[in-house]
Design a protein around this ligand. Structure first.
Ligand code: MTE
Ligand code: MO
Length: 263
């Protein structure tokens, strides 16, 4: 961050810049309470004071909000409690039909071939062998009924089943002192998560939805399901997983969504 400088406010259309800033906050800060507070209380001086960025134009506003979002990542990382469990629900509360969402419409859903599918696991792991679906199905399976929250303004309860992600990381001899786990998907989607969340007991590499093999629209052959993270952090159609110390970013994260994305 730069040393705080008084922004040349007279050179900016400050009302327009503030409207843009509030709009960006809605995109970047996903916790509803914090977002409501900031959008209600934000002033030009407040934004520049918070971030040390000179808010004289839209790029300045963007830089200030990116600084808030990076700060937000650090705070969320620090307060994340690896033993705290997200709520689970009875099966009677499952939302039917469960909503579909992706950066494309439902008629463009990717079809992944089951026979030729192999899961790649690379980066800071001892065993870089590829995994078939039957091998993953042979591991201990866990079912979980949890709430999926999308920043587009909906949430829904669903039931996913699969292997504990921590168990897979242990099987491949992952270096769990690494900072990130990255995911590449069969569409152009990609995302990444922090290691403490990867090791969280409710983080599942899911192969089923509602007791059936994951249908294509929900991410066949697998979706990483984390009830501690917002929807966009939960990759579908995963084809490669890699352990790394370099933040791999993500499809929406690189367009301004908060990286940590906790819910
Ligand atoms: N591969 C892939 N994974 C993805 C997405 C996507 O577009 N492609 N969208 C994300 C978003 S924003 C949401 S809300 C959920 C939606 O999952 P669902 O279709 O099972 O409801 O998938 C997430 N994972
Ligand atoms: Mo989403």
């Amino acid at each position: 961050m730069k040393i705080l400088q008084r922004p040349p406010l007279q050179q900016v259309d400050s009302e327009a810049a503030l409207i843009d800033a509030r709009r960006l906050i809605v995109r970047k800060i996903e916790q509803p309470a914090r977002r409501a507070f900031l959008t209600r209380s934000l002033t030009m001086g407040g934004l520049s004071m918070l971030t040390g960025c000179s808010i004289s134009n839209n790029e300045g506003v963007e830089a200030a909000l990116t600084a808030i979002s990076r700060f937000n990542d650090k705070v969320q990382g620090l307060i994340f409690d690896p033993t705290q469990l997200a709520p689970t629900y009875p099966e009677s509360m499952i939302t039917r039909p469960f909503p579909f969402n992706a950066y494309y419409s439902e008629d463009e859903v990717r079809e992944v071939d089951e026979e030729s599918y192999r899961l790649e696991v690379t980066g800071m792991v001892a065993d870089k062998r590829r995994w078939t679906l039957p091998e993953l199905r042979a591991m201990e399976q866990h079912d979980q009924v949890t709430r999926h929250i999308c920043v587009e303004g909906w949430s829904a309860i669903g039931k996913w089943g699969g292997v504990r992600f921590a168990e897979l990381l242990s099987r491949v001899g992952a270096d769990t002192s690494a900072k990130y786990v990255g995911f590449k998907c069969a569409d152009d989607y990609y995302t990444s998560i922090d290691m403490p969340t990867a090791l969280h007991p409710q983080t599942l590499l899911t192969l089923t939805y509602d007791g059936q093999p994951l249908p294509p629209k929900y991410g066949f052959p697998m979706k990483l399901r984390m009830p501690t993270k917002l929807g966009y952090k939960n990759p579908k159609h995963i084809k490669a997983i890699f352990v790394t110390n370099t933040n791999p970013g993500g499809y929406w994260e690189d367009q301004g969504y908060n990286w940590f994305g906790g819910s």
